[in-house]
Design a protein around this ligand. Sequence first.
Ligand code: IP8
Length: 256
Amino acid sequence: MMLVKLGGSLITDKARLKTFRTDRMKVLAQEIGMSGVEMILVHGAGSFGHILAKEHKLEDGYLNEKQLPGVSHVQRDVKTLNLMVMDALIVEGLKPVSLPPSSIVRFNNGALESMDYGPFKEYVRLGMMPVTFGDVVLDSEKKFAICSGDDLMLWLSKEFKPENAVFATDTDGVYPSYPPAEGGKAIEQLDWDTFKTIEGETARADVTGGIFRKLRLMFDIADMGVETWVINGSVDGRLMKFLMGHGAPGTQISRR
Ligand code: IP8
């Protein structure tokens, strides 16, 4: 079994509110279909989540009731994105089932505390493909929280111990600095010492912490013995090659 995350910047234009990359998603769905691999799919929220979530300060949890329409909007918008992902997968003959975190995940003080794995297991047993995504969820302490697709990747890795956790993004992998230098090359093997040398800004228009938090979560996944990769899903054929075990350029994350 493989665990695959389609990043928000791959399937949406992160700078333009609710802009879905229909053509890219079609290619990705075709590649997933052609690979024939059993998987759980996660996708990011991109411009269907981050822009409005930031505007309403949803990453801070409950501050006042003026944020509540923001919770409704963002939950609605990430579901809209999810429906478009589902459509693309169904058109290619796949059998996806949507599992929204708002119904099956709980946070406590900003950290994922519990996840109902039952539906994932039953649908996988049925031969279907669970699809879940970055969402706004309940938080026991802060009332609500942003659950990123990366948090879901970690928790699904814990339970399902996939062979690979693959993060498909719109770049060739992880870079030595952020934003990547002009003509800069992605790192092939990212270990913990190299991670500590990565330079870059942390403040981006991203309510789930940007590249450094993402990378820490990836190391946590790799620590469980799951081969963890960042690959470029915007280059035709890369995801399929990777899924079929033919190897593709990208960054492998491993603490040592
Ligand atoms: O794009 C973020 O999920 P991510 C979820 O996987 C929201 O970080 C609602 C912004």
